[in-house]
Design a binder for this molecule. Structure first.
Ligand SMILES: Cc1cc2nc3c(=O)[nH]c(=O)nc-3n(C[C@H](O)[C@H](O)[C@H](O)COP(=O)(O)OP(=O)(O)OC[C@H]3O[C@@H](n4cnc5c(N)ncnc54)[C@H](O)[C@@H]3O)c2cc1C
Length: 392
């Protein structure tokens, strides 16, 4: 049995961010850390690939310049029935491919001395008094600290019999090749979020993100259903996706449809146990927009601090981790986003309130920007009466 100080299961953004934040504390922390992932990088990961300014700031703080190929978005366009809100902001999103982005993070970690064991699958996890026994398909480890960074369907959580909650959002996605001259999204660097299907029961939105796949302009199109209100009737997600695509002149049957869940954040949930911490999707992410990459990166920062302090005190209970998560820069937003999601996705049931909300949305936004400036990554929105869906 190999004894390791810190073992991270999953080399996605939350796992590599934990490792990179540890390495930032000094080279000895990199040497003490082992990351295992069942995949070999570059590996496919279903995702819109939109990394917001929140995420790029965390990468900058880690000393990383955003290197993977991407399309820079300078305007977010939010649609709702006959309203359009335009948020201009330089580089507000970078739309990348997750295979490239995640591979880049792994390479950055390796350059900083972190051991990343690719193609090694964790098959058993057992809590013991001195640490966590982790069995993979090629080795057995006793980890003093185990970080579960293994995504929305976390195997570690299931093995450790973590409470089986149902905070699950659903997402569907296709990729459509595009002529960039004909699409304003490519020409002007615009990402579209269309909330109109909320009126039919979608607790989320439809998106169009301009992207590059092997250098070729391709639109990443998808739907996000947070399902934060389980008492409201469920929309049939695939049928609604089909409707939204046909409004945009696309036929779903001609593309390869893929789906994956997101596990969303609940402040009441359990984030740690003795010797074990959850990060990223395993811990829970944003139910408002399904934005997961920046939060995954932020969890890495919180977990690294908790580990370093735990080690200094010789205390591996990690009893302070939840409070740290709730207060940590960016992660503090998660519970507010959950409240906004609860409010927003019930609005169609209150048409009078919805009417006022739509009208005063820019004022509400400006108020928020004043009250919580670090929550707001964009300038004041411009409201236009009319739906700019088909702007060429
Ligand atoms: C369709 C879709 C679109 C999305 N679009 C966006 C977007 O545009 N912007 C955004 O910010 N977020 C988006 N998200 C959310 C984002 O993808 C996730 O929040 C993010 O990937 C979470 O990172 P993570 O590191 O926690 O987990 P993951 O990226 O899921 O990484 C988990 C890793 O664990 C490994 N693993 C799992 N089990 C084991 C095991 N037993 N042994 C070893 N390794 C294991 C996996 O191989 C994987 O590499 C989207 C999600 C979906 C589903």
């Amino acid at each position: 049995m190999r004894e390791v100080d810190i073992m991270i299961v999953g080399a996605g953004p939350s796992g590599m961010s934990t490792a990179l934040h540890l390495a930032q504390q000094g080279p000895k922390w990199a040497e003490r850390t082992v990351v295992v992932d069942k995949a070999i990088y570059p590996r496919e990961k279903l995702c819109g690939g939109a990394v917001s300014l929140f995420g790029t700031r965390i990468l900058e703080n880690l000393g990383l310049d955003f290197e993977p190929n991407h399309v820079t978005v300078n305007e977010i366009r939010i649609l709702f029935e006959d309203y359009t809100y335009i948020f201009p902001e330089k580089s507000i999103l970078r739309i990348t491919r997750r295979d490239e982005f995640d591979h880049w993070l792994v390479r950055c970690g390796e350059k900083r001395g972190i051991e990343v064991r690719q193609g090694e699958e964790v098959i058993e996890v057992v809590a013991e008094s001195q640490g966590i026994k982790v069995t993979t398909d090629s080795d057995t480890y006793l980890a003093k600290v185990l970080v579960a960074a293994d995504g929305a369907n976390s195997f570690v959580k299931r093995q450790l019999k973590w409470s089986n909650d149902s905070r699950i959002a659903h997402l569907l996605e296709i990729m459509t090749p595009e002529n960039p001259e004909e699409r304003f999204e490519f020409r002007e660097g615009v990402a579209v979020f269309d909330f109109t299907p909320m009126m039919k029961g979608l607790q989320g939105y439809y998106w169009d993100f301009p992207n590059l796949v092997n250098g070729k302009p391709t639109m990443n199109r998808g739907v996000f259903d947070s399902r934060i209100h389980r008492d409201l009737p469920r929309i049939h997600l695939k049928d609604e996706f089909e409707v939204q695509l046909s409004r945009r002149g696309r036929n779903l049957s001609e593309y390869h449809l893929k789906g994956h869940p997101i596990h969303w954040f609940d402040a009441k949930a359990e984030f740690s146990r003795p010797h074990t911490l959850l990060v990223g999707d395993a811990a829970g992410t944003d139910p408002l927009l399904g934005e997961g990459i920046p939060f995954a990166l932020a969890y890495g920062g919180a977990a690294a601090l908790e580990i370093v302090e735990g080690w200094e005190r010789g205390d591996f209970s990690f009893s302070t981790y939840k409070a740290r998560v709730l207060e940590y820069s960016l992660l503090e937003q998660l519970r507010h986003r959950a409240s906004v999601a609860r409010f927003l996705y019930r609005l169609p049931k209150r048409p009078w309130l919805l009417k006022y909300f739509l009208k005063f949305f820019p004022d509400i936004f400006n108020f928020l920007a004043k009250y919580k400036p670090r929550y707001i990554p964009a300038k004041s929105p411009r409201m236009i009466r009319g739906n700019l869906m088909d702007t060429q």
